[in-house]
Ligand binder design. Structure first.
Ligand code: IPM
Ligand code: MG
Length: 367
């Protein structure tokens, strides 16, 4: 069988820096585990805009469709704030999600033992936390029509449309149930069925799909209550399934429970391709962090862990994914900290590449 292929889109801000460490780790797997991945690279976001005047070139889109998986760094930055909406860096990311049809966005919020007192919540509320948010990623208000800013009488009106078909709700729900089956077998679906028809339909469809997963305990929650419960007692959740916009918000909320945005990976998965692998894009949850970009300060762990998700979900290398996740965990337990993970009394933070060095050393030690 040929080597799996990975398209790297490092993007903007700290994206290229953190990706540099991931590339070293990819090489390590090639050299030490005989797991050779064919890597190619291209531009996305502001970097693509600077080169081509668009945040994602058609050739790059085509390469993403061909690749076994895409690994994205981050997009955006103050230099692009005033660009026209249609060419903003974020549009590149949204185009990838939409055209690759990556409907299931997996956002784990996992609290590393070594970091459990980083949370703004009390340690006991978050220690051992392990939630998986499945966010529907290709529909809802992000893409619904009509949308735009229109003239209406003597003023303008801004319109976006929340729109969900049954099949869109269903395919995401199946992804969420499948994940729940591999975890604690509990799924909480979140919508606003009390005020939105799309929420009523959402609840109906998820309930219908549940019949195929009798082992999974399904519950429903209004998304506002879900936000409250996430900060009140987050460990009550195993898998959460929710729509695109609620998922955007709830996943930020869940991410911050762990206290360390620099640690969180994500996977966006679509339908299986001919080779059986799902269409997939992996990216850290953090953004381009312009305030620290170019200074070698960024924490590469979220991007490294996103690559671990690629090993698990795209390359069928669960054991190697475990190895990489354990290496990151060991490095944290040893007290290696980038600036975002510093607390009062800690000594000097390590640089992006020193964090990479430490992870590589832990990988060597795992052999
Ligand atoms: C996210 C981000 C994106 C979103 C932005 C950058 C378009 O906030 O991935 O959560 O809103 O989906
Ligand atoms: Mg977001």
């Amino acid at each position: 069988m040929s080597n799996p292929s990975l398209l790297i889109l490092a993007g903007d801000g700290i994206g290229p820096e953190v990706m540099g460490e991931v590339k070293r780790i990819i090489n390590w797997f090639g050299e030490k585990r005989d797991l050779v991945i064919d890597v190619s690279e291209d531009l996305v976001g502001g970097a693509a805009y600077d080169a081509h005047g668009v945040p994602l070139h058609d050739d790059t889109m085509a390469k993403a469709q061909e690749a076994d998986a895409v690994l994205l760094g981050a997009v955006g930055g103050p230099a692009y704030d005033d660009l026209d909406f249609s060419v903003k860096p974020e549009r590149g990311l949204l185009r990838l999600r939409k055209e690759m049809d990556l409907f299931a966005n997996l956002r784990p919020a996992q609290c590393f033992d070594a970091l459990s007192d980083f949370s703004s919540l009390k340690t006991e509320l978050v220690s051992g936390l392990d939630i998986m948010i499945v966010r529907e990623l290709t529909s809802g208000v992000y893409f619904g029509e009509p949308r735009g800013i229109f003239e209406e009488g003597n003023e303008r009106v801004g319109i976006n449309t929340q729109r969900y078909t049954e099949s869109e709700i269903e395919r995401g729900a199946r992804a969420a149930f499948e994940l729940a089956m591999k975890r604690d077998k509990r799924l909480c679906s979140m919508e606003k069925a009390n005020v939105m028809e799309s929420g009523i339909l959402w609840r109906e469809v998820v309930t219908r799909v549940a019949a195929d997963y009798p082992e999974v305990e399904l519950s429903h929650m209004y998304a506002d209550n879900g936000a409250m419960q996430l900060v009140r007692a987050p460990k009550q959740f195993d898998v959460i399934y929710t729509d695109n916009l609620f998922g955007d918000i709830l996943s930020d909320c869940a991410a911050m429970l762990t206290g360390s945005l620099g640690m969180l990976p994500s996977a966006s998965l679509g339908a299986p391709m001919e080779n059986g692998r799902p269409k997939a894009m992996y990216e850290p949850v953090h953004g381009s962090a312009p305030d620290i970009s170019g200074q070698g300060k960024a924490n590469p762990c979220a991007c490294v862990l996103s690559f671990a998700m690629a090993l698990r979900y795209s390359f069928n290398e669960g054991t190697e994914a475990d190895r990489l996740e354990a290496a990151v965990e060991k490095v944290l337990a040893d007290g290696v900290r980038t600036g975002d993970l510093m607390q009062a009394g800690d000594s000097k933070p390590v640089s992006t590449s020193e964090m990479g060095d430490a992870i590589l050393a832990a990988l060597d030690a795992s052999l």
